[in-house]
Design a binder for this molecule. Structure first.
Ligand SMILES: [Cu+2]
Length: 128
């Protein structure tokens, strides 16, 4: 839990696409498309590597998106391995506002990691 909170502070400060090098020493880079995020489907891409740069293969990654206020159902997605340590999955941001994306990562040896990413200010879609 401590590691997760530390991680959150880093994300708040730096926004998108910053390597996250908290313990355990696995580097998780991420990208969200479209960016800035808006209501609707989003593609989340992670790239995971060991500190020396070697790509992490054979992990499984579950995605979960939550809003900070009560009464919202979380959205779930599974990221598929896409080669070179990349994992890609879909999530739906179902409402404008501030979201947190949780990444539940399980390495091939069974080690579990949790990372989270703040996605603030998801935009409403323009209506015609
Ligand atoms: Cu909401």
């Amino acid at each position: 839990m401590m590691a997760t909170l530390g991680c959150l502070a880093v994300w708040q400060e730096t926004g998108c696409r910053k390597p996250d090098i908290s313990s355990p020493a696995i580097v998780v880079e991420h990208e969200i498309a479209p960016w800035p995020a808006r209501v609707g489907g989003a593609i989340i891409t992670l790239r995971m590597s060991y500190p020396g740069g070697e790509a992490i293969k054979g992990a499984s990654v579950e995605l979960e998106a939550d809003m900070s206020h009560p009464g919202m159902r979380p959205e779930f997605g599974k990221a598929r391995e896409a080669g070179g340590g990349r994992y890609q999955g879909r999530l739906a941001f179902t409402m404008a506002g501030d979201w947190v994306v949780l990444m539940h990562i399980r390495l091939h040896d069974g080690t579990k990691l949790e990372r989270q990413l703040e996605v603030k200010g998801v935009r409403a879609n323009e209506r015609n």
